[in-house]
Design a protein around this ligand. Structure first.
Ligand SMILES: Nc1ncnc2c1ncn2[C@@H]1O[C@H](COP(=O)(O)OP(=O)(O)OP(=O)(O)O)[C@@H](O)[C@H]1O
Ligand SMILES: [Mg+2]
Length: 179
């Protein structure tokens, strides 16, 4: 852990709907160029959270599946849906590093294409992209608590991700939040 001040937000989700609701709030807070890096074991809810984020960005969540075999998928903007945030017409990139093994596999990635200031990028298995991710990303760690409960820990790493958390926290006044 560095000495740099990090802002944290933690919640325990009791259902798929809870996780998606948090994602939706976060999706509304995202802006072009934002990167969200998700870490957590199989079935911890990364894709579920991304479905909520997609909804907050004005996309149909049903369209979102883990791109397990293709590494990366780009979702075109759909017709605006109620409650969609500022990201509605921003290209959404979904990356899943599940099948990436070793640093050599990561090195062929076209980082400039993926981390565009004009797109929003969401990454599953972000721990497999060490050294490739931008400095300022919103880290989200998901862990199993029980069958239907997941702990989500959100951590900023710079001003951009701090702004994401600030926007999220001001929207989730009822959530169990702490600094
Ligand atoms: N509170 C919860 N939040 C999210 N998912 C939950 C929760 N409770 C139970 N689940 C279940 O956990 C699973 C989460 O699956 P999901 O595909 O989102 O995980 P993942 O982290 O993307 O896994 P993978 O590493 O395989 O991509 C689903 O089957 C979902 O129904
Ligand atoms: Mg997944």
């Amino acid at each position: 852990m560095g000495k740099k001040r990090r802002v944290e937000f933690e919640m325990v989700s009791g259902s798929v709907e809870d996780t998606q609701a948090l994602g939706e709030q976060l999706g509304r807070a995202l802006r072009p160029g934002d990167v969200v890096a998700l870490q957590g074991e199989l079935g911890s809810g990364k894709t579920t959270l991304i479905q909520g984020i997609a909804r907050g960005l004005g996309r149909e969540p049903e369209a979102i599946r883990s791109p397990t075999f293709v590494l990366m998928r780009e979702y075109p903007p759909g017709p605006p849906i109620a409650g969609g945030g500022a990201g509605g017409d921003v290209p959404l990139i979904h990356i899943d590093g599940y099948r990436l093994e070793g640093q050599s596999a990561v090195s062929w990635l076209d980082v400039d294409l993926i981390f565009s200031p004009h797109k929003i990028t969401l990454i599953e298995w972000a721990e497999r992209f060490t050294g490739v991710l931008p400095e300022d990303v919103l880290n989200i760690q998901l862990t199993h608590v029980s069958t239907n409960r997941r702990r989500l820990t959100l951590q900023s790493t710079g001003p951009r991700s701090q702004a994401m958390l600030a926007a999220l926290q001001s929207a989730t006044v009822h959530a169990d939040a702490r600094h």
